[in-house]
Design a protein around this ligand. Structure first.
Ligand code: NAP
Length: 442
């Protein structure tokens, strides 16, 4: 039995269990939720109402989620460290700064209950702990970031054919330039690294690529994390009956990291999914380059693209891409571009996961200027809840939410962000009204 400092798990409901990769979800699972900061309270509360209504509708009372509130961000700080001032906090060790905003209780609860969903969290004041979101991913070893992107009919989009975009980004979550191994310009660490590179690696002292004044960020990439990511992408393609998995990388330049990412990706594909996949070379040899023939033969095409070309590909030839596997930074950029192509972050869902944990989240931030005004679009967290329901095997509830969101948007009952983009613009409705409309349309 896990001991918590402040949390009290719900009395009703049962734990989801995961054993040897097998998820067992009871009819009344306990699901953790984090409210979030800024607009977090507004969007999290309507998300839970929509999910509860959809589950009720889909399963006629046979299934029900028991929500378990856990804490991160400002609410955690107020609950766990009410008397610590900003100044005192800044003086704490990075670990204690982390605990102030991301208590051990929260990490324990997610490990114990396996499924969680969160609103956005503000980046805290201290320097030692960069972000609650990055912290959650790192402390819980959530190596995969899942960002599906598709167009909801009626959402104004900047491209001619947004409906051609139906892709799922798998972004590595734990390493790459995001590992947080950094030395600020002029710092003792930067001096040490620069000195090491000049003396041991013989980087010329007069190199304009490595100056005395340079800051340094380290980019580690490992076969373990890279293979895990590509494996997840291929497993997803198999499960969801997708036909193309594209490994995206900048391996032509960063050969020791992104080039290896591509090699490791192909290794996983060939070693673990040999009977299911074809590479582009094999596609040409066996199927005359015709992907439709390979698909008809039950194969998944695993190909690769250079990242910069990929930004163009998803704009000009979106129909050719389905599941995209990429390193951390590339994934961060491309998933936001794709979200913009279908109308913006307001309806962009996301989740972070590993074999034992599924953690859904709104992909946007705390939008402080909209906080407390009951005007923000709750679409991102509601659709993230759909990903969570699908992972739990409750696809019926997810489908009816997705349809209800589309129907609501098509009827032009939308929040300000969408209302202002419509031609002619329409009168926006509030966050709560919008979610009431979704519930009506379930
Ligand atoms: P942001 O909170 O995402 O907001 C930037 C702008 O995006 C908003 O002013 C709004 O634009 C639009 N927007 C965001 N969410 C929206 C929604 N649900 N519906 C409609 N429009 C939405 O980004 P930020 O201002 O850069 O960051 C604020 C804080 O959030 C920071 O502390 C940051 O660290 C944190 N953050 C957290 C997460 C996370 O928890 N996952 C992610 C990103 C940022 P308009 O005002 O033009 O309509």
């Amino acid at each position: 039995m896990t001991e918590y400092e402040k949390l009290v798990p719900p009395k009703r409901g049962k734990k989801i269990t995961v054993k040897n990769g097998k998820w067992t979800v009871p009819d009344n699972p306990i699901v953790c939720w984090i409210e979030g900061d800024g607009i977090g309270p507004e969007i999290s509360s309507v998300m839970r109402k929509v999910v509860d209504a959809a589950v009720e509708k889909a399963y006629k009372g046979k299934r029900k989620i028991e929500w378990f509130e856990i804490y991160a961000g400002n609410k955690a700080r107020a609950l766990y460290n009410p008397k610590v001032t900003d100044e005192q906090l800044k003086a704490l060790s990075p670990q204690d700064q982390r605990k102030a905003y991301l208590p051990d209780d929260t990490l324990k609860a997610v490990r114990e209950y396996h499924v969680a969903i969160k609103g956005p969290c503000e980046t805290p004041v201290g320097k030692g702990f960069s972000s609650i979101n990055v912290g959650l991913r790192q402390f819980l070893s959530l190596g995969v970031c899942l960002r599906p992107v598709w167009h909801i009919k009626g959402v104004p989009a900047p491209v001619n054919d947004p409906d051609a975009i139906d892709m799922v980004v798998f972004r590595e979550n734990l390493e790459d330039i995001y590992a947080g191994i950094e030395a600020y310009p002029g710092s003792e660490q930067a001096k040490q690294i620069i000195n090491f590179l000049r003396t041991e690696w013989k980087v010329p002292v007069d190199s304009e690529s490595l100056r005395d004044s340079s800051g340094i960020s380290i980019k580690p990439m490992s076969p373990e994390n890279s293979k895990n990511l590509v494996r997840s992408a291929i497993e997803y393609a198999i499960k969801m009956k997708r036909h193309v998995v594209t490994i995206c990388h900048k391996g032509n330049i960063m050969k020791a990291t992104e080039g290896q990412f591509m090699n490791w990706g192909y290794e996983v594909a060939k070693e673990e999914f040999r009977n299911v996949i074809v590479t582009e070379e094999e596609l040409n040899q066996k199927y005359g380059g015709d992907v439709k023939k390979a698909i008809a033969d039950g194969k998944i095409l695993v190909n690769d693209r250079i990242q910069d070309a990929m930004f163009q590909q998803v704009l000009l030839r979106p129909m050719e891409y389905e599941v995209l596997a990429m390193p951390n930074l590339n994934g961060d950029y491309l998933s936001d571009q794709l979200a913009a192509q279908v109308g913006g972050l307001g309806f962009a869902p996301g989740a972070n996961l590993n074999d034992n944990i599924f953690f859904a989240e709104a992909t946007h931030g705390t939008a402080p200027k909209h906080a407390g005004k009951n005007e923000i679009n709750p679409g991102s967290i509601i659709l993230s809840a759909c990903l969570m329901l699908e992972h739990m095997g409750w696809g019926e509830a997810s489908s009816i939410i997705r349809s209800a969101v589309s129907k609501t948007v098509e009827s032009k009952k939308v929040t300000y962000d969408i209302a202002r983009q419509l031609t002619p613009p329409v009168e926006p409705i509030s966050t709560t009204k919008f979610s009431d409309e979704i519930i009506k349309n379930l």
